[in-house]
Design a protein around this ligand. Structure first.
Ligand code: ZN
Length: 384
């Protein structure tokens, strides 16, 4: 970006390093202080080079400048509004957090109750399906139409269809359980568990990038929270997939849910080992999370074996493939540190691998959210 070198900019070139050592190549993107008493404080808040960092803050030797180093906690928090090499990392996942918070609030109000979903399947009900806008904009419109048709066809001959409108009426008066074709309300907890997992991951990641510069202890705690957040996102992504796919198979539902939960807990425990965060273990760290995500393909293959002729199963699998592709590409970029390794220093502020990784995580989580809507529509239509 080069704005630190712009003529006339309010840039202070401090010479005191993170540890109070003399060093000649510091940049601080801070307002120049007019009073001498403020100069010392400004030096504490200087942005430093990679070489000046303590070992616990050295994660990427291809990002050369604009590091915050052992800033007071208050200043670290306020640095969310200033420019440094973590600004984009903080804001990408903070914006992602608010995106998923909005989706959660929207879902709480708009995701169809069982009664609404049944309305949506009636060919002449005159009630627009909440999924209709999705089907028009997602690029999978024809598949969604097929799903709507399929759902109607499969639910129409249900033995309890004769009581269909009675169930809707009952549901509109607050008895949602009466509206499911099976006589059972389809639980929403796995869907909202996923949304909470995504929000937890994005918020802890954002906080980690903002606050880790404060101290070694803070860095240790925040990194563990970050790893726990990634684990939570992966585990809660698989919960709804398993719960709704095997809604009629409690044994497999329990086995898969217990399996992925155990893997998630083990990953968090492994991440507590100090060397887990070291740069030398970047590849191993990536592989641990990749293996956990890949474990989700066991129930996906099982789903295709049981429901391979169902458009809902095919569409959710397509979404899951796209989601895993986003995460996979993100992990490769994260582990290889492309593009900054090709031109060290050029991507310090914007465009480096971790920022790209963050964007791909949000994209993957959003694609998984779309898959959840298909699962919900599927199970609302058929119950168990
Ligand atoms: Zn991150």
């Amino acid at each position: 970006m080069g704005f630190a070198e712009e003529k006339g900019s309010n840039v202070l070139f401090a010479k005191t390093s993170c540890f109070g050592e003399e060093h000649g190549s510091r940049q601080a993107l801070l307002p120049k202080e007019g009073k001498e008493g403020s100069l010392e404080n400004a030096r504490k808040l200087e942005l430093v080079d990679y070489d000046s960092l303590p070992k616990y803050l050295k994660h990427n030797e291809f990002i050369l400048r604009y590091y915050r180093c052992e800033w007071p906690l208050k200043d670290a928090i306020l640095s969310i509004f200033s420019i440094h090499n973590e600004t984009v990392n903080v804001w990408t996942h903070l914006i992602g957090f608010f995106l998923f918070l909005s989706l959660t609030l929207y879902a709480a109000m708009m995701i169809p109750t069982v009664a609404n979903s049944l309305y949506a399947q009636q060919p002449h009900s005159g009630v627009e399906s909440p999924f209709s806008s999705l089907s028009n904009t997602s690029g999978f419109g024809s598949i969604f139409k097929e799903i709507n048709t399929s759902s109607s066809q499969t639910s129409m001959p249900h033995p309890q269809f004769h009581d269909y409108f009675g169930k809707i009426f009952a549901a509109r008066n607050g008895d949602e359980s009466a509206a499911a074709p099976s006589g059972q309300a389809i639980s929403r907890w796995p869907f909202f568990a996923f949304l909470c997992g995504a929000m937890f991951c994005l918020l802890t990641s954002s906080a980690c990038h903002l606050l880790s510069c404060h101290s070694e202890h803070t860095s240790y705690v925040m990194l563990r929270l970050d790893y726990a957040g990634i684990s939570a996102l992966i585990v809660t992504s698989i919960f709804p997939q398993v719960y709704y796919t095997f809604a009629c198979e409690p044994f497999y539902q329990t086995v898969y849910t217990a399996g992925i939960t155990t893997l998630g807990v083990l990953t968090v425990l492994v991440s507590l080992i100090p060397f887990f965060e070291t740069p030398e273990f970047r590849i191993v760290r990536s592989l641990v999370f990749v293996c956990m995500a890949l474990s989700g393909w066991g129930p996906i293959v099982h789903k295709l074996m049981l429901f391979g002729n169902r458009p809902e199963a095919l569409l959710t699998t397509l979404y899951e493939f796209l989601m895993n592709s986003c995460y996979g590409i993100g992990v490769v970029i994260y582990a290889t540190r492309v593009p900054e390794r090709w031109s060290p220093g050029k991507f310090d502020l914007i465009g480096h691998s971790h920022q790209l990784f963050h964007v791909l995580v949000i994209a993957g989580a959003y694609i998984q959210y779309l898959a959840m809507l298909v699962y919900l529509q599927w199970r609302d239509a058929e119950g168990c």
